[in-house]
Design a protein around this ligand. Structure first.
Ligand code: CTP
Ligand code: MG
Length: 230
C-alpha cells in the first residue's frame, strides 16, 4: 500500500519561549520545519504529504516547503491530536482505507532515513502498525506527592520505551481511533495512545535515541550537533 506523510506543525512552542513557533527557528539558516520535511520527503517514499498549520501562522510563506509541490497544507487544531485528525480528513479524497499514514513531529528534524526505512520494512505486513521508540536509559523514580518530593519507588525500566515519531498506522484505523479517543476525552499525546485505547496494540520499532523533539532552547544546539554528524 501507499505511504502518506503528516507533519503536524500547528503548535505554538510555548516551552521554547521564542519570538516565533519553534518549527520556524533556524538551524544552519533553515527553518526546522524545512529540515524535517526535506529529510523525509527526499527519501522518495511518500505519495503525498499534508502539513496542518496554525490559523495565525504567518511564517509558512517564507518556508522552502511553501514552494514544494509535494506538500499540501490544512488548518490545525487546539491539540496535536486535533491537528493530526484535521490532516487525515484533508487527505480523505486521496487515500485508500488501508494506505499507511506516517505522522512525524515538525519539531523532530534529526530523524534518520535509516530509521524510516527500518520502520516501514518492519511493519509492512503488520495489521496495526507501530512507532519508532527508544529504550529508557536512566534509572526511573516514582515520586510521592510531598512538597519536596521524595522517592516512592524505583520503577523497573526494563520494559519502558520513549515514544518517538514517525508513527505508522493504516488510514481508516487511525481516523476512527483518534475520533473515538478524542470523543471520550482520552489523553492522546501521540497516535499510538489512540490506537492503544482502541485495543489495537502498536509495535515498538527501536530507533536512534538522537531523534529528539526540539522542546526547550538547549535542544537547538543539540539538534545542530546531531545534524552535523549525518
Ligand atoms: N502540534 C500541532 N498542533 C497543536 C500542537 C502541537 O500540530 N495544536 C505539533 C507541533 O507543532 C509539533 C508537534 O505537534 O511539531 C509536537 O508538539 P510539541 O512538541 O508539544 O510542540 P508545541 O505544542 O508547539 O510546543 P509546546 O508544547 O512547548 O507549546
Ligand atoms: Mg505541545
Amino acid at each position: 500500500s501507499k505511504l502518506w506523510l503528516i507533519v503536524p506543525a500547528a503548535g505554538i512552542g510555548q516551552r521554547m519561549r521564542a519570538e516565533c513557533p519553534k518549527q520556524y527557528l533556524r538551524i544552519n539558516n533553515r527553518f526546522i520545519l524545512d529540515i524535517t520535511l526535506s529529510r523525509l520527503l527526499d527519501t522518495g517514499r511518500f505519495t503525498g504529504c499534508m502539513v496542518p498549520l496554525n490559523a495565525s501562522d504567518h511564517w509558512w510563506p517564507e518556508s522552502d516547503a511553501n514552494n514544494d509541490n509535494r506538500i499540501q497544507t490544512c488548518s490545525g487544531g487546539a491539540e496535536r491530536a486535533d491537528s493530526v485528525l484535521s490532516a487525515l480528513h484533508a487527505l480523505k479524497e486521496q487515500v485508500a482505507a488501508d494506505d499507511w499514514v506516517l505522522v512525524h513531529d515538525a519539531a523532530r528534524p534529526c530523524v534518520h532515513p535509516a530509521d524510516l526505512a527500518n520502520l516501514v520494512s518492519t511493519l509492512a505486513e503488520h495489521p496495526v502498525g507501530g512507532l519508532l521508540a527508544a529504550p529508557v536509559a536512566d534509572t526511573l523514580k516514582r515520586a510521592d506527592s510531598g512538597g519536596l518530593p521524595e522517592v516512592a519507588e524505583t520503577v523497573d525500566r526494563n520494559q519502558l520505551w520513549r515514544a518517538l515519531t514517525p508513527q505508522m498506522f493504516r488510514y481508516s484505523m487511525l481516523v476512527s481511533a483518534l475520533e473515538t479517543a478524542l470523543q471520550e476525552s482520552q489523553p492522546v499525546t501521540d497516535e499510538s495512545s489512540a490506537m492503544e485505547f482502541s485495543g489495537n496494540m502498536p509495535v515498538l520499532v527501536e530507533g536512534r535515541p538522537d531523534n529528539i523533539k526540539i522542546t526547550v532552547p538547549a535542544d537547538l544546539d543539540l539538534a545542530g550537533f546531531i545534524l552535523s554528524r549525518f
